[in-house]
Design a protein around this ligand. Sequence first.
Ligand SMILES: [Zn+2]
Ligand SMILES: [Zn+2]
Length: 209
Amino acid sequence: MPTIGYWIKNLDDDQFLAPQEVAGKLAPDIAKRVVAYLCAGKLYAQYRGLSWCRFMHGCAKAFMGSSELTDGYWIWPEGLVHYVEVHRVALPEEFLADALNKLVTRNKTIELDSDIAFWVNWCSQNQDPVFRKQLLAARQTPPQEVQDALIAEINALQLKYGLSEQLCLCDGCRERALQSQVVCVKHFLGDERWERGWRSGFHSLLYDF
Ligand SMILES: [Zn+2]
Ligand SMILES: [Zn+2]
């Protein structure tokens, strides 16, 4: 039974996609039908940890669930319904055919590829080159002197301006703006400058992509 719907776990995970790489690819009417299908799954396994939405937009953790569901053939994490409903992620054609009740002759190799191998293979074929490039860049740690220079510059800027009570005006940024400036210290320095001087964390990579 093939398992689908697992996403990247950390910066060094090459096995799974970030859902950002395949977001917005299901038509809304199709997504709606797939959501109904996913919700009708039967409990397959219950786990302890709760999953979190990789889009970092503050989805309640509990909402993402901690169990796996099945239709008797496919297995998926409970949280997959959120990715389809809210982020309309693409899913393997073979699964969609079942979910949308299309009659297809199932590719025999899927049955042999039990468990996660089918999904891992699908992930490898659906990577977004721009995201992959950013992932590789995020893994690079710049030399210590580059980081030190950036920290010195940040400190100097914060000392010069101070932090205001306002949030940074850049899209989606949650940092406080510098006093008398409209942006945070990161955006004051410029994204590119920041990324080069800093190994961008996993969460900021997902947040920004
Ligand atoms: Zn979400
Ligand atoms: Zn900012």
